[in-house]
Design a protein around this ligand. Structure first.
Ligand SMILES: *Cc1c(COP(=O)(O)O)cnc(C)c1O
Length: 241
């Protein structure tokens, strides 16, 4: 299958998942995760109409994104989906329009400062560690529904992030644990959706975006309310590295 055919196939699967859950397919943004893929694959996907691309290494993107942008007729939107070391935060607003991986107040403050210096605004999502796995990035939300102390700490940190001047906080992102069956990831997706509802009410913040679901589990994520899915292998094939 060509990249264009794979993208068409994913749009069909998005429509089917939306039909099952009473949603509109337009409410789901497909982000093609192009990390490690050659420039030619990104250009092919863009030519097939894909408008959103996800990358995870700031340093590589310093050359990669401008090089791709220079070859595109219609601009695309670049999403940063990987961990950002705070000393690299200053590079981010010049390259990316959306950051999914804000996992601390410290990083958020640096991003806001660099966006402000660049006279721009940056859309951000907060990466949430719903399952509390230790090797995972993200703000700790393990047991948030039952544990008032966890919830208070989380709400407080997020309120401070939301108040930063050059960030537009639009929602939450999570990575589901690696599981054998997509169905096993459902509680994590449902958990992020529930956290969003509770947080949004507590802080009086509209948080429309839920970034969740990858190649192996995006239909389940859509059924649980994903508005952004991050799909790599189903579009570009297996990664070389
Ligand atoms: C690599 C990556 C993806 C895409 O994973 P696939 O399984 O290839 O779809 C999505 N989200 C993040 C944060 C990633 O690092």
């Amino acid at each position: 299958m060509s990249i264009a055919e794979k993208i068409a196939h994913i749009h069909e699967a998005i429509a089917a998942a939306c039909a099952r859950s009473g949603r509109q397919p337009e409410s789901v943004m497909l982000i093609g995760v192009s990390k490690t893929q050659p420039q030619s694959a990104i250009l092919e996907a863009a030519a097939a109409g894909l408008q959103h691309f996800g990358e995870n290494r700031v340093e590589e993107c310093q050359t990669r994104i401008p090089a791709v942008n220079a070859l595109l007729q219609t601009p695309v939107i670049w999403h940063m989906i990987g961990h950002i070391q705070s000393r690299k935060a200053k590079l981010v607003p010049g390259l990316f329009q959306v950051v999914h991986s804000v996992d601390s107040l410290k990083l958020a403050a640096k991003l806001s400062q660099s966006a402000q210096e660049g006279n721009t605004q940056l859309e951000v999502l907060l990466e949430i560690n719903i399952s509390g796995e230790e090797n995972k990035q993200g703000l700790n939300a393990q047991n948030w529904a039952k544990d008032a102390a966890v919830r208070e700490a989380l709400w407080q940190e997020i309120a401070q992030i939301a108040a930063l001047p050059a960030l537009k906080l639009s929602g939450l992102m999570t990575m589901a644990p690696i599981v054998e069956e997509a169905e096993q990831a459902r509680p994590v997706f449902a958990g992020l959706a529930a956290l969003r509802e509770s947080l949004s009410a507590a802080l009086n913040l509209p948080l429309p975006a839920l970034s969740m679901g990858m190649t192996d589990d995006y239909p389940v994520a859509i059924e649980e309310g994903a508005t952004m899915i991050r799909v790599g292998r189903a579009i570009f094939g297996e990664r070389i590295i």
